[in-house]
Design a protein around this ligand. Sequence first.
Ligand code: MEV
Length: 314
Amino acid sequence: MPSFTASAPGKIILFGEHAVVYGQPAIAAPVAQVRATATVTPELRGNAGAVRILAPGIGLDRRLDELDSTHALVAAIEGVTASLGISRLPACTLKVTSTIPVASGLGSGAAVSVAVIRALAGFLGHPLPDEQVSALAFEVEKIHHGTPSGIDNTVVAYAKPVYFIKQQLIETFSISKPFTIVIGDTGIATPTKETVGDVHAGWQADPQRYETLFAAVGSITRSARQAIEQGRPDRLGPLMNESHALLVEMGVSSPELDKLVRAANEAGASGAKLSGGGRGGNMIALAAPEQAEQIAATLQAAGAVRMLVTEVKG
Ligand code: MEV
């Protein structure tokens, strides 16, 4: 059994975060510049079932049987073995590395799960289709997020832009004209579970107010899809600004995110918003390609600890 490596990209939510948990549509795109990678290597002298897990980025070097069954890596491994009907893994080492910042809205948890699921299934000689990889990663997402919509595992597993509605078949859609997004990281790690939980508490306390906000986000997302399909990405800027204002109303922004969004707009972006769970993590700005570097420099001056420039294309 030769070793097997798989990787998965990060992601940004362009429109619809949080509202997507409540049944509204959302649009997400992969970010290929950051990736999670998993390699499974056979240990020829090891006993069956002896699985070593290495994740140097988080200082993890343990045997599989030493980890709790609620550990995300264990859940990903057990998802694969259960679906392939394998009771005991051959002796092997699973190594996980990632360049995706953790708890920053870039889908690090989903990308690690997808890479691990693909690498292990491939190592076992049973590569899985994207749909099944996504479904297994969704089960792991429940550990990370509590009540995930499923958008992160979907965009990361399919590695293409998606128009996503919870519990519906995924829709890929045409991007008639590519567009450039600058991503700025506040450097503040905020688990998605936390903001999803806060929005849930807000919705329980005042369902009418939150349903109105979710519906407004949903209508923006539908307009954004139209603009993208009609080759009018220039129309996305104002929609991003409106989205950010609604996310502020939902209570998932922060002074740091607001500052970066303002700075991007002042530097000439056509619009900007937080992306993902919020509170900390990343924001995105729509830029003309020739402006992207300037906007990235402005974000850095305004406190961003990391910037990425990515092109959203079909
Ligand atoms: C996280 O990337 C997006 C959220 O809408 C949560 C989810 O959809 O599961 C905040």
